[in-house]
Design a protein. Sequence first.
Length: 261
Amino acid sequence: MRIARFSIDGNVAFGAVEDAGGGDPAGLLLDIIKGVPYSGAQLSGTKVRLSEVRLLPPVLPSKVVAVGRNYAEHAAELGNEVPEAAMTFFKPSTSVIGSGDPIVYPHFSDDVHYEAELAVVIGTLCREVPRERVRDVIYGYTCANDVTARDLQKSEKQWARAKGFDTSCPLGPWVETELDPSDLTVQCTVNGLQRQLGRTSEMIRTVEDLVVHVSEAMTLVPGDVILTGTPAGVGPLSVGDEVAVTIEGIGTLTNKVIKRG
């Protein structure tokens, strides 16, 4: 099931995405869900067209835990070694935006990059999750763009500003709850031209590895997000660019880069 979060007439709701138009995006419908869907989606039967609503970030995480250098070719392209243990960092909740929202180019950077990633969405309160229970705590998966101020990442010892500035964590367009994440195509295009193309099977550490690793150190709550790393091919964005992250079985997350007002 694909679960979207959206606003309509000033109200925010969740809805199950249905194809009522033979694959045409204009024919997509949202069956509004009663309440919050983490504990089981209850469909209301009230439906609205996707074209009539504004998509929001599919979740509002208390934290986004991101993983660096989880694809060997990406580590190599930036001149880095593969870390012995999973390298983690945070992106704050204020960095999260949805599909269609603008990425605002920060005034303190001259080298902002895209990074297409599979995002894991947690569905239940959990800590110290054993490997055999990882799938039980996952709500679903969505597309992510770990937008990065590469010059700050190189010049500052901490990545808080480089990775955590406002609008640096696009998520969406919705959460897919029924998906095997082990071998999915991850693609990024900029202005329609392919920049990244990889597969989740190329990840050094699997989704199970990452959930176990992160939950050893901290409690995860429903809506929290783990970013699983990006394949090779990262590169710069400019004001006016449209960047799209497409993941097999999920959909496409699209954002345009604008100048800070």
